[in-house]
Design a protein around this ligand. Sequence first.
Ligand SMILES: C[S@@+](CC[C@H](N)C(=O)[O-])C[C@H]1O[C@@H](n2cnc3c(N)ncnc32)[C@H](O)[C@@H]1O
Length: 220
Amino acid sequence: MKNNLQILLKEDQNKKFFDLLARYYDKGIVGNWLFSVIEKTINSVNIKKSSKILDVGTGTGNLFYLLEKQNKNLNLYGIDISKRMLTIAGKKVKTAEFIKISVLLLEKKFPRKFFDYIFVIDAFHHFPYQKNVMSNFYNILKINGRLVITELDFGFIFNYFFHMIEPGNEWLYTKKELKNLFLETGFLIEKQKKIGTFAVMTVGVKYKNSKLIKNKHFRR
Ligand SMILES: C[S@@+](CC[C@H](N)C(=O)[O-])C[C@H]1O[C@@H](n2cnc3c(N)ncnc32)[C@H](O)[C@@H]1O
């Protein structure tokens, strides 16, 4: 079990890493590939007009850059710990509110049952207290709200290796582990599919009685 100091140090490591990376983030083969992962994620979710959307670990704002073009009158909120990533996001997307806070402070910042959708793209493996973070997502989503997590997945062994070498990597879940995490938190799985070779999208729905349904599921 990590103590608060270790958590703060890890967050600081992430902040410094992404502050350094910010100006290169959208460039090159990796930048293009990450952009295509976001495009494919959006194309797999049918977002309703006028929805309230939170992007956690929003980075340079590519998700909202693409959503803004859909003209759906969306309310867009992006949070991140890296000031430099957010500066780029702010230049790209004018209709979103970008806030520099940690994922750990979400419940302090937003009321319960506030969002229709929460997106987390290629960021979940950087978050501390991943199980608590999932519960916080659950709480700030409306009933019938969707949590969409798109994560890298190289399979257990290579995920572990990536965890060891990437700065600020807390834990990279496999497809199956992530599905179980959604179910344990109380979400129903609406969809889980591969996005290209090394990414998986999981969509969970917060149903009114989904905690109850989940318990039944585990008792069987
Ligand atoms: C790999 S980038 C992904 C950015 C964006 N979602 C995308 O797909 O382009 C991960 C982002 O998560 C952010 N991040 C890392 N730890 C965080 C935390 N504890 N709270 C909020 N954001 C965090 C980083 O600063 C970084 O911008």
